[in-house]
Structure formats: structure tokens, C-alpha cells
Design a protein around this ligand. Structure first.
Ligand SMILES: [Zn+2]
Length: 109
């Protein structure tokens, strides 16, 4: 075994496209907007709450997308995608332990 650490570079990506994400959350989003519209009929307090709810719905559409990292496995070069919020994972193809470093997948011996 060589001493050099085996690592490959990975890039961050989103688990789903914006369209897929919006479609998945459409009913939640539509429901939120609907409640916001109903609230808007209540003077003052309803306008205020409705506005908050409306922006919450909009924000939800763009903020809740799951980030993933994608890149080749340092051992077997299989393309892997893994949630960005984990510290490490096992390669689905060769079962080697891989730890996530900034911008890199690093093989653990
Ligand atoms: Zn592998």
C-alpha cells in the first residue's frame, strides 16, 4: 500500500431539480398559500399573519432542497451521491469507508 491518501474531488449538487422539488411540495405550498389568502380576509391581524405565511411558503420552496455531494469513489471510481450533511459513508459498490472533506472524498484504510 502506498502512503499517499486516496481521494477524489467531489462537487455539491441538489438532490432534486427545482421543478421536482416544487412538484413534491406543491400541496404543502398550495395549502400554505391558501391559508394565507383566507387569513388575508381578516383585517390587520390576518393581513399580517397572511403575509408571514405567504413568505414562509415561498421560502420553503427554495430552502428545503437537500444538498448532495457527487463524485467518484476513491477506491473503485463508482459515481456516488451522498447527502452533504454526513461526515462519511460506505461506498455502495465496494463498501469502503469514505470520509467527506471539503470538496473531496477521502478513502479510509
Ligand atoms: Zn467504491
Amino acid at each position: 500500500m502506498q502512503e499517499e491518501k486516496q481521494s477524489t474531488s467531489c462537487v455539491s449538487d441538489y438532490k432534486k431539480s427545482v421543478v421536482a422539488h416544487v412538484l413534491d411540495n406543491f400541496f404543502v405550498f398550495a395549502g400554505t398559500i391558501l391559508i394565507a389568502i383566507v387569513l388575508a380576509f381578516i383585517p390587520y391581524v390576518g393581513w399580517f399573519l397572511g403575509l408571514i405565511l405567504f413568505f414562509t411558503g415561498i421560502k420553503m420552496l427554495f430552502s428545503k432542497r437537500t444538498k448532495v455531494l457527487k463524485g467518484p469513489c476513491p477506491k473503485c471510481a463508482t459515481a456516488v451521491r451522498v447527502n452533504a450533511d454526513v461526515a462519511g459513508f460506505n461506498c455502495p459498490a465496494c463498501s469502503k469507508r469514505i470520509i467527506i472533506k471539503p470538496g473531496q472524498f477521502e478513502l479510509v484504510d
